[in-house]
Design a protein. Structure first.
Length: 134
């Protein structure tokens, strides 16, 4: 089971793992063209520009669950938070990713015939995505 944590506005690390039911993590590299006049071969920026997006869906667990913390993050002055994500969980030796992110989207869905759910999306804010182990 994946593990995901975000810092709340007070700097406390909050687990979103128990409220989530889907995580999509999409790292990518853009390779902008940098061909100069007179070159006879197309040139691209070496190493490219790295980015990623993480989206998560889950169930609302009031009043202290992940959705409440996420709403506080996106309503804060900056929307910036520290994210720690372990695709295979948080057992010792498992891979984890850490980054300073900005929450770019947060949605509540309140259907008449089902549970209240949330979805959120984060993107890089500053620095790089750091890979290490728990």
């Amino acid at each position: 089971i994946a593990s995901i944590y975000f810092e709340d506005s007070a700097g406390a690390c909050t687990s979103f793992t128990g409220d989530g039911n889907s995580i999509s993590f999409s790292p990518s590299i853009d390779a902008p063209e940098v061909t100069a006049f007179g070159d006879n071969t197309r040139q691209f920026l070496a190493g490219g520009l790295r980015t990623y997006e993480l989206s998560m869906d889950g169930f609302v667990n009031m009043p202290t669950g992940a959705a409440c913390v996420a709403l506080g993050i996106i309503n804060s002055a900056s929307g910036v938070t520290l994210m720690t994500y372990g695709p295979a969980g948080s057992t010792s030796g498992s891979q984890k990713f850490m980054a300073c992110v900005v929450m770019t989207e947060f949605t509540y869905d309140n259907p008449v015939d089902g549970p209240i759910t949330f979805s959120l999306t984060v993107q890089p804010r500053s620095g790089s995505l750091t890979a290490s182990t728990w």
